[in-house]
Design a protein around this ligand. Structure first.
Ligand code: FAD
Ligand code: UDP
Length: 388
């Protein structure tokens, strides 16, 4: 262990970026613990028997406005210029998301002209309006329209996804999918979107294939490390190197301030002997079905194969020791959890050689680009303190 001054826990985007930077730029040895049998975190993908790239932990589309992130990741991959299209299946029609003028034309034909006019007057062309803003307006036409869209698109989908009415959650959640005043050309409006042309896992292989990086797959870091009185011990011996932790922060501290809530998912995969199951990669089901969305994976890299593979996505409450729903996919954004998280954050800040980074350790709704950017920032901090 004396060999290693740097320990990274978790080999998702957050951990992989930090391990790569420390190995390459600081030229230091890094030991990476990853409790799964593979790297990539939730962005992991693999080629299945139909030769289709499957995202095991849910559909992942890279999208960003950050040139820093694009430049950084492009060292390890080329990109397939996929643009993400999502439809919602409403009353047997495909409605493009974000909900825009096409949705009005399909679902509100009779009121089409009036609604478009009111929206354009109030917000202007190509503006993005959070749904709760429409719900809270005093204008009766806008309010009625907002309530219609909320019911058709958001309410039932979100109840399935989060187990509660979404208006009780942080506004950040619904803000991710605004109503679009005009015609949106993609689910995202970032300047760059794409999928690594050889899949996400090959991007991770290139990042982590370095003589200074040792990967310990299938190993929880707490099998080797113990935290006592704000100090880390490796198999009983005091460890004064740097620990970068990207797992669940409540688990790191033995849940001493209480358990943080997460939402989890179950993916039911199905191989189908047809060339195309649905017109786009992701179709959301905001109605009575008990799943939220169906993903057809071949669309991501436009793979031309005779068969297809889909998954139905069923949300549920995270149960750490359950046989199902045992992966903490989504931090649950309410006040109680924010408060618990702040206690862990404060405790972590009192441990000088600990950095908590990423979706689980910071309990944040990071997209992949946010996770990469944050890890690059943390690297700068580590560089500064270690080169003093
Ligand atoms: P993770 O990917 O969760 O990696 C953490 C890793 O740490 C895991 O591999 C875990 O096994 C390991 N670990 C945890 N504890 C320990 C321990 N004690 N010891 C050893 N290892 C440990 N983002 C986008 O930009 N676009 C998308 O389309 C998109 N789709 C998503 C769809 C779903 C269903 C979900 C859940 C997320 C999606 N995201 C998307 C977000 C994206 O997955 C995250 O931004 C990204 O995975 C964050 O990386 P991370 O390294 O912080 O966390
Ligand atoms: N949402 C919804 N209906 C949809 C799509 C999204 O109600 O058809 C809500 C839901 O609460 C979801 C949130 O908007 O959790 C954010 O959606 P996004 O697609 O960003 O979710 P993610 O990809 O993170 O699962």
């Amino acid at each position: 262990m004396n060999e290693y001054k740097f320990i990274v826990v978790g080999a998702g985007f957050s951990g992989a970026v930090l391990a790569e930077r420390i190995a390459n730029i600081l030229n230091e040895k890094v030991l990476v613990y990853e409790k799964r049998e593979h790297t990539g975190g939730n962005a992991y993908d693999y080629l299945n028997e139909n030769r289709i790239y499957i995202h095991k932990y849910g559909p992942h589309i890279f999208h960003t406005d950050s040139q820093t992130v694009i430049n950084y990741l492009s060292q390890f991959t080329e990109w397939y210029g996929y643009r993400h299209k999502v439809f919602a299946k409403v009353d047997n029609s495909y409605i493009p998301l974000p909900f825009d003028f096409r949705g009005i034309e399909i679902l509100l034909k009779k009121k089409e002209k009036r609604i478009k006019k009111v929206l354009l007057n109030r917000y202007g062309k190509n503006k993005k309006v959070p749904i709760y803003e429409l719900l809270n307006t005093k204008n009766p036409d806008l309010k009625e329209f907002g309530e219609f869209v909320f019911e058709k698109i958001f309410l039932h989908y979100s109840k399935k996804q989060w187990g509660v009415n979404p208006l009780t959650l942080s506004k950040r959640v619904l803000k991710r999918v605004p109503v679009y005043i005009g015609y949106a050309d993609s689910y995202f409006d970032n300047k760059f979107q794409g999928i690594p042309s050889g899949g996400f896992s090959s991007l991770f292989e290139k990042m982590l294939n370095h003589k200074n990086i040792k990967l310990m797959l299938g190993k929880d870091f707490r099998e080797d490390f113990e935290l006592r009185e704000r100090k880390f011990f490796y198999r009983g011996k005091y460890f004064d190197g740097i620990i970068i932790f990207t797992g669940e922060i409540d688990y790191l501290f033995d849940f001493k301030f209480g358990r943080l809530s997460y939402r989890s998912l179950r993916f039911d995969f199905e191989d189908i002997s047809t060339e195309e199951f649905q017109p786009v990669a992701v179709v959301n089901y905001p109605g009575k079905e008990d799943f939220t969305r169906i993903t057809e994976y071949k669309h991501f890299l436009n793979q031309k194969v005779k068969k297809t593979t889909i998954s139905r996505e069923y949300p549920g409450e995270y149960k750490r020791d359950g046989s199902d729903f045992n992966i903490p996919y989504y931090p649950f954004f309410d006040k109680k959890n924010e408060e618990i998280y702040l206690k862990y954050k404060k405790e972590a800040s009192l441990i000088k050689n600990l950095f908590t980074v990423g979706r689980l350790a910071e309990y944040k709704y990071y997209n992949m680009d946010d996770a990469v950017l944050r890890a690059l920032e943390v690297f700068e901090e580590i560089k500064r303190i270690t080169q003093k």
